[in-house]
Design a protein around this ligand. Structure first.
Ligand SMILES: [Ca+2]
Length: 353
C-alpha cells in the first residue's frame, strides 16, 4: 500500500513554493510564531497536527482550555499528541479549569469518550510545563513583541485571562486568528456556536480587546467538508501522525454520515489554515459583539454588516432617529473559503507523517 512517488513531487512543489515565497517576500521567510490554545478535541487534533507539520508556522506553546473535554483530559490529550509528533520541545501548559462565569459543558457526545475519537494514543513521553497557561501567553508575547499570533480553537477563557492579567499584551500581539462564532446561526442552539457559548464573557473580552482579530466561524467551517475522497488519501500513506489523524477523521466522517452529511467540517484546522495562508478565505471587516444576555441568544456573535447604528435621540415621549453613527470594525469575519485548496493543503501536510 505504500507509495513512494509523492516524495519527489512534494520536493518539487516545495522548491516552487520556496521560489515563489522568495520572489514575493524576499525579507520575510521566517515562520509565523503561534501560540495554539486548544480544548482537544477531534478537530483540535487535526488542527494541531496541521500546525506542527507546516513550515510556515512555529508553534511556541500549546495552552489547554476546558471545552470539548475537561481541562485534565485535554491536557493529557495534548501531551500525548505532541509525543507522537516527537515535539516534546514545545511547552504544553494547563490553563483555566472552568469558564469565567458558568459551568463547563463538555462534548464527548461529538468527540468520543476521551475527546480523541476514542483513539488510545500511547502515554506521553513529554512533560507538562509547570507554568499557568495565561501567564505563559503573557510571557511569550513580551519575549517576542509584535511577533506572536494567537490561534485559539477552544473557548476563549485562557486568552481573556491573559488579557485581564496583563492588558499591555494587547498591542504587542501580532494578531488573533480564532475558531468560534457564526454570523448565520449556531450549533449548540439556534444562535450560538460551541466555543463562544462555552464562555461568552471571555469571548466578549477577546473580541473587544483591540487587536487585529480574524474570526473563523462555524458557518465558514461548514464549507470545508473532509469527505471520503480525502479520507482515502490518508489511508494510502502511513506514519504515526498520519494514522492517528486518519482514525480521527474516519470517526468524524462516519459520525457526519449518520447526520446525512457527505463529510466532516474542518473547523479548528481551518483556523490554522488561515494562519498558514490568509488567501484561503474571504474575510470582510465587521464589528462583532458577543451576546452575554439574551433569552435565546447568549453566546451569539452579533456582527454589524453595515458599519453603523442609528442615533436615536429622545424628544418628549419618543425617540427620533437623527442620523447614524459609524461603528468601527474589530474583526475580519471569514465568509468564504477555497475549501478544496485548503483540504489539499491539509492532506499534503499530514500524509506520511
Ligand atoms: Ca476546539
Amino acid at each position: 500500500m505504500k507509495r513512494h512517488e509523492p516524495r519527489p513531487l512534494a520536493t518539487q512543489l516545495l522548491a516552487v513554493a520556496l521560489l515563489i515565497t522568495a520572489l514575493a517576500a524576499p525579507a520575510s521567510a521566517a515562520p509565523k510564531k503561534i501560540i495554539f490554545d486548544t480544548d482537544p478535541g477531534t478537530d483540535d487534533a487535526m488542527a494541531l497536527m496541521l500546525a506542527l507539520n507546516s513550515p510556515e508556522l512555529d508553534v511556541r506553546a500549546i495552552t489547554v482550555v476546558p471545552g470539548n473535554v475537561t481541562a485534565a483530559q485535554g491536557l493529557d490529550n495534548a501531551l500525548r499528541m505532541v509525543s507522537i509528533a516527537n515535539r516534546c520541545d514545545i511547552p504544553v501548559a494547563a490553563g483555566a479549569q472552568h469558564p469565567l462565569f458558568q459551568k463547563l459543558v463538555t462534548a464527548e457526545f461529538w468527540h468520543g469518550k476521551n475527546g480523541l475519537a476514542n483513539v488510545e494514543l500511547p502515554p506521553s513521553k513529554c512533560k507538562v510545563d509547570s507554568r499557568y497557561g495565561p501567564d505563559l501567553i503573557v510571557q511569550i508575547v513580551h519575549a517576542a513583541p509584535h511577533e506572536i499570533t494567537l490561534v485559539p480553537v477552544g473557548p476563549l477563557t485562557n486568552i481573556a485571562l491573559a488579557v485581564e492579567r496583563d492588558p499591555s499584551i494587547v498591542p504587542l500581539v501580532k494578531e488573533v486568528i480564532l475558531m468560534g462564532g457564526s454570523i448565520s446561526g449556531g450549533n449548540v442552539n439556534a444562535a450560538a456556536e460551541a466555543n463562544i457559548a462555552n464562555d461568552p464573557e471571555a469571548a466578549q473580552i477577546v473580541f473587544q480587546a483591540g487587536w487585529p482579530l480574524t474570526m473563523v466561524g462555524l458557518d465558514v467551517g461548514d464549507k470545508t467538508l473532509l469527505s471520503q475522497k480525502y479520507l482515502d488519501q490518508l489511508d494510502n500513506t502511513h506514519g504515526p501522525v498520519n494514522d492517528f489523524i486518519h482514525a480521527v477523521a474516519k470517526y468524524l466522517v462516519d459520525l457526519s454520515a449518520t447526520f446525512g452529511s457527505p463529510g466532516t467540517p474542518m473547523y479548528d484546522p481551518l483556523a490554522v489554515g488561515v494562519a498558514i495562508d490568509a488567501t484561503l478565505v474571504v474575510a470582510p471587516e465587521m464589528h462583532v459583539d458577543v451576546e452575554t444576555k439574551g433569552e435565546f441568544t447568549r453566546g451569539e456573535t452579533v456582527a454589524n454588516r453595515r458599519g453603523y447604528v442609528e442615533r436615536n435621540v429622545l424628544h418628549g415621549d419618543r425617540y427620533i432617529i437623527e442620523g447614524v453613527d459609524r461603528v468601527l470594525p474589530n474583526a475580519r469575519v471569514c465568509v468564504e473559503v477555497d475549501a478544496d485548496r485548503f483540504l489539499r493543503l491539509f492532506i499534503s501536510r499530514i500524509q506520511g507523517k
